[in-house]
Design a protein around this ligand. Sequence first.
Ligand code: C5P
Length: 219
Amino acid sequence: RRYGPLRGRRVVVTAGGTREPIDPVRYIGNRSSGQMGYALATRARDLGAQVTLISGPTALTPPRAVSFVAVETALEMQAAVQSACAQADILIMNAAVADFRPASTAAEKIKKHNDEGMVLHLVQNPDVVGELAGRHDIFKVGFAAETNDLLVNARHKLRRKGLNLIVANDAVASIGQPEIALTVLDGERAVELPRQPKAVAAAALLDVIVERFEYWLST
Ligand code: C5P
């Protein structure tokens, strides 16, 4: 049906941020517009892949000809990723998954009590991509949006999460912005992509991913 270097490949892309409910009207969320993930899903589709886009809430319209799975929480994201990865060649884990969620969700809207503050008890969410460290049959790409020590933190995550590639970016300079600069790292090399519009950055990034994926397949 389609042609291109990813023809016949199944690519799973996650995008957006998760929302962890506190009560029926409030949540803890991660800042993420979803722009980069949607651009990556669109580009992977244009390169011939069969794409599943798993997305937290965003203001964006899902791309055409892509399987779209809407999720809200990290636990829903985990279930959707696990299911999509039963059959996948490449996982691009771009979503900003909340590391913590409220230990419980109040059934009713939490009310103020006089002048008292409130303490919210949080528990850790699973590391969605880290849990797939044993899946050596999937080429896994993670993201590291950092505010400091960008490359050191990114290299650490590459190893800890068992990724094939990690894409590092400066969180402050890129979240919600139309342009982004990226550094793509594997165990040895670093490829620098200059600051450019996210759709252009996504296309350039997918070219790197395709090249590394093909090399990985050949080894
Ligand atoms: O540790 P940090 O959240 O910065 O790691 C970023 C990478 O890990 C991203 O690819 C993100 O999608 C993924 N991640 C995950 N599950 C989490 C937290 C992050 O898969 N609970």
